[in-house]
Design a protein around this ligand. Sequence first.
Ligand code: CUA
Length: 315
Amino acid sequence: MWEKLFQDLDFFPTQASTMAWDVDALYLFLVALTAFFTILIIAVMAFIAIRFKRRSEDETPKGVHGSVLLEIVWSAVPFVVTMGLFGWGAYVFFKFSRPPSNAMDVHVVGKQWMWKLQHPDGKREINQLHVPINQPVRLIITSEDVLHSFFVPAFRVKKDAVPGRYTTAWFEATKLGEYHLFCAEYCGNEHSKMIGSVVVMTPDDYDEWLREDAQGGYETPAASGERLFSELRCDTCHNNLEGGNGPSLAGLYGSPVSLNGGSAVADESYIRESILDPKQKIVSGFGPIMPTFQGQISEEQVFELIAYIKTLEVR
Ligand code: CUA
């Protein structure tokens, strides 16, 4: 009932993703809680001011020496309320942080002043993102220059694009239509023009859209990555051979790696760092001999190499 009522009130952007109500419910509760205590405090203040006002010039008030009961109540009540809010907030946060396993990966690069996006099949877009309805979409976000923030109010999705790092966000659109896409982090002169839209389509329309003006299809990120991998001569060392100069990359993605002095999980960020700053983490049993590719390849090309490395399986 509350959800329906809330949708009818035009206070907030349309709720167009599975996450929207989670965020709004928590937000509404916070507003209601704040309103409740504001009114309560003002009412009690007014009551006390009238009830205990000084009645004559020489009246001296009775000393109050504390109340254990009152102390317990006003400690316990806020504790329970704030811990409840913490638990609820954490639940929403974790839900937002963990994309479902069937999510489709979209690569997002922010730059002054545009959003560059790439679909799993290789199709690229600028300042517009087409997605199928009822399909979880995982965004892997980075920036080419300064901080940006990928913000789709209708989905209640906002995530910073941080240079030198990958951040992820996910959403599942639940309503067909076109929604605003903003940059929500001041990023220079034309920050306010760094806007676009997200178009939610039926799966059929989306497939058709993917195919239109695709003469001969697109090259998937993994295929571009494979080409790059040999152009950059990565395969000289990472050749999966016994005694190779670099560790084998087969089955690397998502698996734990033992390092000189520690260990890591080979996620996107780990692989990115290993390409651009290879001396940060050295796999045990290997020397720090890999050259950096910093400045030689673009963020998109790093995505492509990662996409290719993800496809390498142990044979
Ligand atoms: Cu990019 Cu503001």
